[in-house]
Design a protein around this ligand. Structure first.
Ligand code: ADP
Length: 626
């Protein structure tokens, strides 16, 4: 077999093979138009190579004329397909040059079929046999067609387009493969164009070999596509690796991962997430997007759906952070924490949720511990109140002795009136009214103490801390009298209300008062004095218990709020820690400091409730209750 046949056949089959590969690739990824353009250019190059081989084997001028005419079809296809490839794939080359090359090439093709014989020859007169690569090939000789200049002009545009694209790609530093594609268009078309012109003009005694420069262009395009495919494969590998790392980390941390495509309505759940929901790990993880909401405990459903809605609201932050329960098979409950983020697409009015990603974690154990701690805290609070009971017994006796004594005296007076000869009914009515009033007072005292003793959950209401301080001082006053401690209260007339549990806050203040009285009682012979000051700050109401006792030693200062820390022989060391936890549960703070003039001040501050924010109060009223 001659070299000519071998080379041209191999060129054609190489192009067809590459074309088939990329055609199949395009069938799988229809959006990648560069694959199709390449397949079309490679097929046309194969056709051009086949046409040239036939030209070299043609026997008559008529055969040559027909073949030269038809070979312009694959040339037109190669030009248009490569220009489109460079424009769409490399995004290079000026559009007007691209249009110029394509339009002029199309015009050349039309002229080729309209004028005599073909675009290159007006008439082929002879068939020359010339030696070529150790073989003898046919060559046309005849009258050159002036329309050939149109074809040459189109190739000039094609060449300029290639140079321009190569410069753009080089400036952009898109990589060697991209640069090669752009420059090969220019380089090979220059060679092909010049060679064709010289052949037609009879300067060069060579056959048409346009397919060889085209082959160079196709090879550069294949190299560029290969780079893209390789890059995509490397990216896929990196992505797989990163997903694997993420999965391993999530597995180690016990997180389940989810991803919702809010546009297509599909969902992805990691194996860990399915395990959290007690579901078998399915081979396909594209599952029901309602899996998560469906399993939510009925009691938590409304809040869960509300949070989801807020997270997907285009005007919101897109953050989802929530703890909720799910119901597992067999009615078991599991506490989960979800932390997610919604990704939005579009701007302004067109902004809409596109994707939601997040993690879900099992927090059942933490919830159990929290609940246990809550119960223990309540029990501790109860213990503390019971511990205060002994001290309050005297207060109760003192408080009750007054109304009970009054009732007795009134009853005796009524008896005397009833024994008198003339019955004064008005007097009896007044006495009975007094008795009822005293009875109500005694009932209120008992109710207050009962409230303090009873264990119950937090019930918050708007509170006037001035009134609360007054209530607690009434309870502590008999004790203060017995210990000879002067009890005073300083407060503004119109303090804003705070939101809180009355009984718990009474307990805090009572505990601080009893501690203060202990402290002043321990430092005789000075006259003991304890002042309760209620005042407003910018955003809170502060209650301070100020004493002139022994103060807090430096080493005790750091440990005051530690559970069971006490310096008293019969102390329990639970009063301050419980008080602190109560105040903090109300969103406030409790702290202690020594006074410069001696003694200590314990202060708690509570945020002003929304209802009380409009009011202002100042410290201007001082009254002493001794
Ligand atoms: P306890 O009932 O044992 O006194 P608390 O938690 O109420 O437990 O107080 C812990 C410790 O804080 C007390 O033992 C005391 O040493 C110190 N303390 C509390 N209030 C005062 C105060 N007003 N002045 C000085 N020390 C105080």
């Amino acid at each position: 077999m001659s070299w000519v046949t071998v080379i041209w056949s191999m060129a054609a089959s190489a192009c067809l093979t590459l074309a088939t590969v990329y055609l199949l690739a395009w069938c799988h990824r229809r959006t990648t138009w560069s694959y199709l353009l390449f397949a079309v250019a490679a097929t046309a190059t194969a056709a051009a190579a086949g046409g040239e081989l036939c030209l070299m084997r043609a026997q008559t001028p008529g055969q040559l004329a027909t073949l030269v005419r038809w070979i312009h079809v694959p040339i037109w296809v190669v030009v248009v397909a490569t220009v489109a490839f460079v424009r769409f794939h490399l995004r290079a080359g000026r559009p007007w040059l691209a249009w110029g090359a394509c339009v002029l090439r199309t015009a050349s093709l039309l002229v080729n079929f309209l004028v005599a014989q073909n675009l290159n020859y007006r008439e082929i007169t002879r068939v020359l046999q010339v030696p070529f690569l150790g073989d003898t090939v046919s060559l046309a000789q005849g009258v050159v067609n002036p329309w050939m200049r149109l074809g040459q002009l189109s190739l000039l545009f094609y060449f300029a387009f290639g140079v321009d694209a190569a410069i753009t790609v080089w400036r952009r530093r898109d990589g060697l493969a991209a640069l090669l594609t752009g420059s090969s268009v220019a380089f090979f078309i220059l060679i092909g164009g010049v060679q064709a012109t010289l052949v037609v003009r009879g300067v060069l005694h060579w056959p048409f070999t346009m397919s060889l420069p085209f082959l160079g262009i196709v090879a550069a395009m294949a190299y560029e596509l290969n780079r893209t495919v390789l890059g995509a494969a490397q990216l896929a590998d990196a992505l797989r690796e990163s997903e694997e790392r993420l999965r391993e980390a999530a597995e180690a941390a016990g997180f389940g991962i989810y991803r919702f495509d809010l546009v297509s309505g599909t969902a992805f759940y990691s194996r860990e997430l399915l395990a959290l929901y007690g579901l078998p790990v399915s081979a396909t993880l594209e599952l029901d997007p309602d899996l998560v909401p469906k399993a939510v405990h009925p009691d938590d459903k409304a809040i869960f759906l509300g949070c989801m809605k807020r997270a997907n609201d285009p005007d919101g932050s897109g953050i989802l952070d929530l703890e909720f329960r799910i119901l597992l098979k067999g009615g078991r409950e599991r506490w989960l924490r979800v932390r997610g983020r919604t990704v939005f697409g579009g701007d302004g009015a067109c902004r809409r949720p596109v994707r939601a990603n997040g993690i879900i974690q099992d927090v059942s154990e933490r919830k159990r511990v929290e609940q246990e701690l809550g119960v223990q805290r309540l029990q501790l609070a109860h213990v503390s109140r019971v511990a205060s009971m002994g001290q309050m017994a005297s207060s109760l006796a003192h408080e009750l002795s007054q109304p009970l004594g009054a009732i007795l005296r009134n009853a005796e007076a009524a008896e005397m009136i009833l024994q008198a000869p003339s019955l004064d009914l008005d007097e009896v009515r007044a006495i009975l009214e007094d008795i009822r009033h005293d009875d109500q007072r005694a009932g209120a005292v008992i109710e207050r103490v009962r409230d303090l003793m009873r264990r119950r959950d937090v019930m918050t209401t708007p509170l006037d801390l001035r009134q609360l301080a007054g209530d607690v001082i009434v309870l502590a006053r008999p004790d203060a009298d017995r210990r000879r401690v002067a009890l005073a209260v300083e407060t503004g007339p119109a303090l804003p209300s705070v939101q809180g549990d009355r009984v718990q806050l009474q307990q805090v203040l009572l505990n601080l008062l009893l501690n203060a009285m202990d402290a002043v009682g321990d430092s005789p012979p000075r006259e003991g004095r304890v002042t309760v000051r209620v005042r407003r700050t910018a955003t809170a109401v502060e209650v301070s218990v100020i004493d002139n006792g022994h103060g807090i030693p430096a080493d005790a200062m750091l440990r005051l709020f530690e559970p069971f820390y006490t310096t008293k022989p019969k102390g329990m060391g639970v009063g301050l820690p419980i008080s602190k936890s109560i105040v903090e549960a109300h969103g406030g703070t409790l702290w202690a400091a020594n006074n410069p003039e001696g003694g200590a001040t314990f202060t708690f501050s509570l945020p002003v409730s929304a209802a009380g924010r409009g009011m202002r109060g100042e410290v201007n009223d001082e009254s002493a209750i001794a």
